[in-house]
Write a protein that binds this ligand. Structure first.
Ligand SMILES: NC(=O)c1ccc[n+]([C@@H]2O[C@H](COP(=O)([O-])OP(=O)(O)OC[C@H]3O[C@@H](n4cnc5c(N)ncnc54)[C@H](OP(=O)(O)O)[C@@H]3O)[C@@H](O)[C@H]2O)c1
Length: 253
């Protein structure tokens, strides 16, 4: 893989392609992170709820790639949003990852039962304590995003949302642009559903690419970060081969 394009936001430099790890467990997870590193992936997305932080950390440490050369995201689950619980849960995440810090710590899902101010302040405290280099959110709507930006003593650098050719998130993307927040697309190949979709397959044929590659290219060509997940080593390569072609204006439309 040639050097990976990055998306910049408030000082964060996020590789535009990462490996999603939801549902990758145990040795499969270790193996996929190791294989991805060998292929040149330098961005990994995990979360407390995925129960694989230990495996992601294990593979990263075993690779002996310099910590500064890899971008690692983890996410705080919404049941840990009260101040003390958030801090404790992140300390536990770090103990599982066995890394000195993560690059990005996200609030995984909004929780209206806990005041956002309390949660955001606790999140930013984790940055001040050196556990993370940057903070952000996930699944935040425009209203919540505006509120988070207003409340946060630290820049919100990222909103991770569901994004692929079958969903329209134009309003959230516009809000992110307004706040100079990077957008990460989760489920960027619609959990595999892009495969076999006629329009995407036809566009792919014109470029010698698969529907999955067209879906990923559609997103990165808009400056959106993608974190496709696979449990198959051969698909790691396929999902990374998206920087050697460009979609035309009509194809993007
Ligand atoms: N923030 C959040 O709330 C949130 C929510 C959901 C996901 N995420 C993150 O986003 C990541 C990606 O999302 P996702 O796992 O939901 O879905 P996804 O990446 O869109 O799709 C994964 C599915 O597609 C298949 N696949 C992978 N590459 C393929 C290819 N080239 N051609 C055809 N099928 C392919 C995989 O099967 P095989 O394993 O058989 O290849 C798997 O079933 C997650 O792993 C997680 O890190 C975050």
């Amino acid at each position: 893989m040639k050097s990976m394009p990055v998306v910049e936001a408030h000082g964060a430099r996020i590789p535009i392609l990462g490996l999603g790890t939801w549902d990758l467990r145990g040795r499969t997870c270790v193996r996929m992170v190791e294989e991805a590193l060998k292929l040149g992936y330098r961005h990994f997305d995990t979360a407390q709820i995925y129960e694989n932080e230990a495996e992601v950390g294990e593979a990263l440490r075993a690779s002996r790639i310099k910590r500064a050369d890899v971008f690692v995201t983890t996410k705080v689950w919404h049941t840990n949003f009260h101040a003390g619980e958030l801090e404790r849960s992140v300390e536990e995440s770090m103990a599982r990852l066995k890394l000195p810090y993560v690059d990005l710590l996200l609030l995984h899902w909004p929780n209206p039962a806990v005041p956002l101010k309390e949660t955001i302040n606790a999140l930013c405290k984790m940055k001040a304590r050196g556990f993370t280099r940057h903070v952000g959110v996930s699944n935040f709507t425009v209203k919540l995003l505006d509120e988070a930006v207003k409340l946060s003593p630290e820049p919100i650098v990222n909103d991770q949302i569901e994004l692929h050719p079958f969903v329209d998130a134009a309003k959230v993307i516009a809000a992110c642009k307004r706040h100079a927040i990077a957008v990460t697309a989760y489920s960027p190949i619609a959990r595999g559903r892009v495969q076999g979709e006629r329009t995407l397959e036809n566009i792919g044929k014109a470029h010698g690419k698969s529907a999955a590659q067209v879906s990923l290219r559609f997103l990165v060509q808009q400056g959106i970060i993608v974190i496709p997940r696979t449990s198959k080593p051969e698909r790691l390569k396929e999902n990374a081969a998206i920087f050697d072609f460009a979609l035309t204006g009509p194809e993007m439309k």
